[in-house]
Design a protein around this ligand. Structure first.
Ligand code: IPE
Ligand code: IPE
Ligand code: MG
Length: 265
């Protein structure tokens, strides 16, 4: 298994385009309410935004896109809304996975699948198996996902694999069992819909991600809005604990040694 560098154990390489974007797709209900439509109409419209953003990420050379579709706390919503979301997920799995495959996209789901209908679980497994060898974009859907659940399940798996770790373990031991162990940590975290919180999304993996919040509601978020987020990301100075002066002196070293600069890019 590939081991991805940890932002706390070493300083990661940073490119102009975020390699991994993680998004909390929020604001569907409010989008519908504004139009005097039922909340679920917003969820339906939100699926179209998902398609557009996947396409835009492929075009921009983003390698990993992780979308928060249903949190471990979303079961608290009215029963009819939860059922609608499950139906929508089922339909999207049924209709979209083949298209993802045609476009060379690797499809994954993270979250506790044990609460889902067996039909959903089997479509997820089939989709993951079908697209496992694809290399264009890794699309991860977080469904019944919670950041705290993720940390707990990683500890359980780690101890099941190696009970001796009960007496001590390191960050990398746990990271190997986190739900997103097949990808790097997110470079850019986006939340639409105006709230400025994590809502129990990737608690472990967002340690050094850049955060971008927008009031735009998810059904209105589009490729142009994604570009605004990426432009904001480009202006950030990702220090990973170092000082600004250290980064600047690294830059000037790169300029006197263009070969090293290229190799580090
Ligand atoms: C996000 O939109 C979608 C899910 C959580 C499934 P919301 O449904 O939370 O929309 P708002 O926040 O109520 O507008
Ligand atoms: C977060 O949105 C979860 C998803 C987008 C799937 P919520 O709308 O559930 O978050 P809170 O309740 O406002 O924090
Ligand atoms: Mg919401």
């Amino acid at each position: 298994m590939t081991i991805f560098p940890s932002s706390t154990q070493e300083v990661p390489l940073v490119g102009d385009v975020p390699n991994h974007i993680a998004i909390i797709m929020d604001g569907n209900g409010r989008w519908a309410k504004k139009r005097f439509m039922p909340r679920v109409a917003g969820h339906k419209r939100g699926v179209e935004t998902v398609r557009e953003i996947i396409k835009a990420c492929v075009q921009r050379g983003v390698s990993y896109l992780t979308l928060f579709a249903f949190s471990s706390e979303n079961w608290r919503r009215p029963q009819e809304e939860v059922s609608f979301l499950m139906q929508l997920f089922l339909r999207a799995l049924d209709e979209e996975v083949a298209k993802l495959h045609e476009n060379g996209i690797r499809f994954r789901v993270i979250g506790d699948l044990s609460r889902f209908d067996p039909q959903i679980v089997s479509l997820v497994k089939r989709g993951e198996a079908l697209t496992a060898g694809n290399t264009s974009l890794t699309l991860t859907i977080a469904a019944n996902y919670g950041g705290r659940w993720d940390i707990l399940q990683a500890i359980e798996k780690m101890l099941a694999c190696d009970p001796a770790k009960r007496s001590g373990f390191k960050e990398a031991d746990l990271a190997a069992h986190m739900a997103l162990n097949y990808g790097p940590e997110p470079d850019l975290f986006i939340r639409t819909g105006g709230e400025q919180r994590i809502s129990n999304f990737l608690l472990w993996q967002l340690a050094y991600s850049e955060f971008y919040f927008t009031d735009t509601l998810w059904p209105e978020f589009d490729a142009a809005a994604l570009d605004v987020a990426i432009a904001s990301y480009r202006r950030r100075e990702r220090r990973f604990g170092r000082t600004s002066e250290q980064l600047q002196s690294e830059d000037s070293q790169d300029q006197v040694n263009p070969k090293a600069a290229r190799e580090n890019a």
